[in-house]
Structure formats: structure tokens, C-alpha cells
Design a protein around this ligand. Structure first.
Ligand SMILES: Cc1ncc(COP(=O)(O)O)c(C=O)c1O
Length: 393
């Protein structure tokens, strides 16, 4: 390995959501001393390519208003062609400062108050919050838990769309937190249901580069022209290259009418500014980080295998679900028969570990938790030992 992902960087001194005691205290019932393995960013430094580009901006010392240039668009296009075999056109790319912000803009532009929006629970909790906060009707199409993975309930999906006159479907692909990468067949079935009932698809593909163990991610909009015309794709370098704090996301919309509407919403809200550091970091990620990217994926695979071995040897009461993509593992501890309160007490008081609770992702997921394994292996070991020791006590 050329890159040293085992190296620990002390983030407790850096003001960041994941490690800051005040933030932890708010998130974990006053417990500021939990060891953080929650929220989706990495405890691994970004690539040399990214750092060099940022360093150049810092050396220039000027942080005035930035604009997207040709090299930015070429970088985004190169990456998508190389990694996803997706040949996107420059005009399809709309830069926006965050995918969650984008979801809210889309909800405003493409639905009215009280209209219905469908999501597949358990799912990244800001989906639900964005719908509820904007006074839209939340419609759940729960995923089917087979006991060892998750499947889509297509019959329920179509029925709910018809019953609630759903206008928008927010798809998570790859899926956070269940770790599935939807197959082309699954995506096609969902896409066809949405076309049939005139439901606009928002494909949140922010995790789309984090594909493990030779799995294959299919870009929803790349399946057919019809799907492309009926969708908005949300991507970003933020998860893959650990740039979430730079607020750079790439919203890809090939349908000119939908794109114009989305852009007009941004204009009305005055949110079009470009973050120069984020823009340069994106170029470094998509042009100069191929080797780092491959090694980082290999490191994550190693962490996942280590996690599975550790759990089967020391915590056999827990079951790790298969991880096809993302660095967010979904772990079943329903065998403990704990209530939500007991789960929180176990992690916050006994193990002193900060994880994302299953209940945050959906009411039916109490007894699961999401563990972020994008960290040096020694930190992963620390987290797992905390669980093991707490159970032994
Ligand atoms: C599915 C999904 N969408 C969006 C985000 C956040 O995106 P952003 O930081 O660009 O708002 C996350 C972060 O974990 C995520 O998992």
C-alpha cells in the first residue's frame, strides 16, 4: 500500500461534528464522552491530489468569488465516464452546496404542500425530515428485511404511489444504512413504476463511488433515456474523498425543463455561489486521485472483513449485514431484546460509543445500529472492544 490509512489523526482538536464534545452531548443524551463511530464522514485524510489543489489555492492567498471553469466540468465528466461509464454533458451539471439542501430545493420546486413523497425505510433520516419540515405527506415503502439482507417491496411501492398520489420518490442508491447496491433489474423495476405513475425520481447517489467487493453500481439515469428524462441525480465527491465540510455537490439533470426549474429555484433563493476550495478539491479528487481511491476502497474492505471476524469471534450475539457499498455497516442486535432506551443506555453509558441508532432511520429498526468503519483500523478495534467489554461486564 502506498498510502498509510492506519495513521491516526487526532480529530478531537478539530472542530467537527463527529468528535466535538458539545455536539456529541446534544446527539447522545448529554454524553459528551462517547467514542464517535457515527455520522458519515471518514477519519482518514483526503487524497494527495485533493490536498495539493487546496494548497495551491491557499498559496495564492485570494478567496474571492469563484466560478466554475472548463477544467472543473472536464474533471466531473472524466470521473463519471471512468468510474460509472456515464457520459454526462457539461450543461447537465448543476453545482449546489449540499445534497440535503438540494432535496429541500427539489421538494419546494416539484411538489406542493401536503402532496406525497415516497421513501424506502430504513433510510438516511434527513429524507424524512426534509419531507416533514416542508409540510409534505410522508409515504413509506418499507424495505423487506430477509434476516440477512434487504429487498424492495415493489407491490407495496406501486400500491402506495397509487393510494397516496405520490409525486416524488427519493431513492437512496447505494442505500444508507442497509448497505445494498440496487441491481440494474431492481432499479429498472422502480423506474418503470415511477414512469407509469408520473412520479419524479430523485436518485441520491452520493455514495456511488463507494462500491466494495467487486459489486457494480448502476447509475439510475444511465439505464435509459426515459429514466434520464424523469430523474435528478445527486452526486458529490464529499463521501468518497472526505470533503463533506466543503459543501460541494453535483446535481446532474439531463432533462432541460427539470433542470431549468431546479436552477430557477436556486436563483430565487440566491444560493448559487461556488466555494473555491471545494471546486479545486473536486478537481483534485476526480483528476488526480485514482490510486488513492482504489487503495482506500481496499482499506475499507479490510475493515469490513475485520469487523465481521471480530463480531463472530467476540460478539456472536450481534449480526453484521452484508456491505455491498458505502462505509456504513448495519448491525442487528435484536437478539438482546432491548428497548430503544436500553439500546441508548448500553452504548452511551456502558460502552461509551457513539453510533447511529436504528430508530433514527425508521421506527421498525429499533435493535439495529449503524457503525461507520471509515477510520484507521486501530480506532475500529477501540470501538469494537468497547462493545465487547460492555457486554462482558
Ligand atoms: C444518502 C445521503 N445523502 C446525503 C447526505 C449528505 O449530503 P450533504 O452533506 O451533501 O448534504 C448523506 C450523508 O451521510 C447521505 O448518506
Amino acid at each position: 500500500m502506498k498510502y498509510d490509512f492506519d495513521k491516526v489523526i487526532d480529530r478531537s482538536k478539530i472542530p467537527c461534528v463527529k468528535w466535538h464534545p458539545e455536539y456529541l452531548s446534544k446527539r447522545f443524551n448529554g454524553h459528551k464522552d462517547v467514542f464517535p463511530m457515527w455520522v458519515a464522514d471518514m477519519d482518514l485524510p483526503s487524497s494527495e491530489g485533493v490536498l495539493a489543489r487546496i494548497q495551491k489555492v491557499v498559496d495564492d492567498g485570494i478567496f474571492g468569488y469563484a466560478c466554475l471553469d472548463d477544467s472543473f466540468f472536464s474533471a466531473v465528466k472524466r470521473w463519471n465516464l471512468k468510474i460509472h461509464q456515464w457520459d454526462i454533458k457539461t450543461e447537465w451539471i448543476v453545482f449546489t452546496a449540499g445534497v440535503v439542501a438540494t432535496l429541500n430545493f427539489i421538494i419546494h420546486e416539484f411538489t406542493k404542500e401536503e402532496e406525497s413523497i415516497l421513501i424506502q425505510s430504513p433510510v438516511y433520516y434527513p429524507f424524512k425530515n426534509s419531507i416533514i419540515n416542508n409540510n409534505r405527506n410522508l409515504v413509506l415503502n418499507p424495505l423487506i428485511d430477509t434476516g440477512s439482507s434487504y429487498q424492495i417491496d415493489f407491490v407495496d411501492m406501486e400500491q402506495k404511489i397509487v393510494d397516496h398520489n405520490v409525486k416524488l420518490f427519493i431513492m437512496c442508491s447505494p442505500h444508507n444504512p442497509v448497505g445494498r447496491i440496487w441491481t440494474k433489474e431492481e432499479l429498472t423495476k422502480m423506474g418503470e413504476i415511477c414512469l407509469k405513475h408520473s412520479v419524479l425520481v430523485v436518485a441520491d447517489e452520493i455514495h456511488n463511488d463507494l462500491i466494495l467487493f467487486n459489486n457494480k453500481h448502476t447509475v439510475f439515469a444511465n439505464i435509459s433515456e426515459e429514466f434520464a428524462m424523469n430523474s435528478i441525480t445527486c452526486t458529490a465527491p464529499s463521501k468518497t474523498f472526505n470533503l463533506a465540510g466543503l459543501h460541494c455537490s453535483l446535481i446532474i439533470i439531463s432533462n432541460p425543463d427539470i433542470r431549468e426549474k431546479y436552477q430557477s429555484r436556486l436563483t430565487k433563493l440566491g444560493v448559487g455561489g461556488i466555494n473555491i476550495i471545494g471546486m479545486e478539491a473536486t478537481k483534485g479528487a476526480y483528476l488526480e486521485s485514482d490510486e488513492w481511491y482504489q487503495e482506500m476502497l481496499t482499506y475499507l474492505e479490510g475493515n469490513y472483513k475485520y469487523l465481521c471476524e471480530f463480531v463472530s469471534e467476540h460478539i456472536p450475539q450481534f449480526k453484521v449485514y452484508p456491505l455491498e457499498g458505502t462505509y456504513l455497516t448495519w448491525i442487528d442486535m435484536r437478539s438482546m431484546n432491548w428497548t430503544e432506551k436500553e439500546v441508548e443506555e448500553f452504548f452511551e453509558v456502558k460502552a461509551k460509543l457513539g453510533v447511529d441508532y436504528g430508530s433514527w432511520f425508521g421506527d421498525d429498526s429499533v435493535g439495529f445500529f449503524r457503525l461507520n468503519i471509515a477510520c484507521p483500523r486501530s480506532l475500529l478495534t477501540e470501538g469494537l472492544n468497547r462493545i465487547k467489554n460492555a457486554l462482558e461486564k
